[in-house]
Design a binder for this molecule. Structure first.
Ligand code: AVI
Length: 327
């Protein structure tokens, strides 16, 4: 083994350990088994997510791109100056570029993507390096830890703009979304801004098609989580024995992705030191994607300590870009 690969393995060990612990806790849960949705995004899952964004049934990403194409200048013109930009989760940079180019018209800007994946940060640096007047310094951290670092770097009089695009906030389960926004607000100073992308409630049929597309990309994205457990934790999930399902939970206004066991079966996960029994039709809950109403956004802003400055809506899909100011 080369020195570099030995070092990489040592660095990866705690991450694998954490993955094993969370897999074991989720699958040993009494009642509904579950797996954390953040583990959908290894390199295969991230590539599949890119394909999902291009699917005709999944209008969310295109809607947000349309909005930013039309409104980036107007959004940026509402911000206090000078402004420092932090982004939670970096994506491919396509949407961010529109905002940074609009900002570059009137100031040179520090841009800090915060992202736990080093490869995603590297892609972003490459994609955005040609924008004049933008200096990029990324942080390989959990969202709020990274944001604390950015906040600590601001110069006196400089405002902070936090970008949280793509309705990623909708993937926080239950109250975790509003708790997260409250914690985020605590890091900000009054007058700082948050640009929050939110996917809106829409007909159930449209939602179910978006999360269970006709060529099975979302199914592969979901099943890849079991394949990842096989690859990284030595498990023996037979992928043919699980089916992807998407359901709309009327009580929580969320689309849920599950993996349904097609038969009664046992799966062994050596690196997590467990074996798991599945009944026929029992499911593993892998992701929630919350869909927002106007009234909910009003109360979410209020309860997390923000004033709603402006909102831009893509009516054809139902997606909102919300500009909130810390009170
Ligand atoms: C990243 N996130 C906003 C996506 C969503 O729509 O909730 C993840 C996704 N899951 C299945 N399709 C897309």
């Amino acid at each position: 083994m080369s020195k570099t690969s030995a070092q990489t393995q040592i660095a990866r060990a705690p991450l694998t350990r954490q993955f094993a612990l969370e897999v074991s806790a989720g699958l040993a849960k009494p009642g509904q088994k579950e797996l954390p949705s953040k583990y959908l995004y290894d390199s295969v899952g991230s590539a599949l997510f890119e394909v999902i964004c291009a699917l005709p049934e999944y209008g969310l990403t295109r809607a947000e791109e349309r909005l930013l194409q039309l409104q980036a200048r107007e959004i940026v013109d509402q911000l206090p100056r000078p402004v420092l930009v932090a982004e939670l989760g970096s994506g491919t940079g396509r949407k961010t570029r529109l905002l940074l180019e609009a900002l570059a018209r009137w100031q040179s800007t520090w841009y800090h993507p915060i992202e736990i994946s080093p490869s995603a940060l590297a892609v972003l640096r490459r994609e955005l390096r040609d924008i004049n007047s933008i200096s990029i310094v990324g942080f390989e951290r959990e969202y709020l830890d990274g944001l604390r670092e950015v906040a600590a770097r601001r110069a006196t009089g400089e405002h902070l703009l936090v970008l949280f695009l793509g309705s990623t906030i909708g993937n926080f389960d239950g109250a975790a979304g509003s708790d997260f926004l409250r914690d985020l607000r605590e890091i900000l100073q009054a007058g700082d801004s948050l640009l929050l992308g939110t996917d809106m409630l829409k007909p159930v049929q449209t939602l179910l098609a978006a999360y269970d597309d006709s060529i099975g990309v979302t199914a592969s994205f979901n099943l890849n989580l079991l394949a990842r457990i096989n690859r990284e934790l030595g498990a023996d999930f037979n992928l043919q024995q699980f089916a992807h399902i998407a359901i709309f939970n009327e009580a929580t206004h969320s689309v849920e992705m599950h993996l349904r066991s097609r038969s009664r079966q046992k799966v062994v996960i050596p690196e997590a030191s467990i074996s798991v029994q599945f009944e026929k039709d029992e499911t593993i809950w892998t992701e929630s994607s919350h869909k927002y109403s106007h009234d909910e956004l009003v109360s979410l802003a209020h309860h997390s300590g923000f004033h709603r400055q402006a909102q831009w809506m893509d009516q054809s899909w139902g997606f909102a870009e919300n500009l909130w100011i810390a009170e």
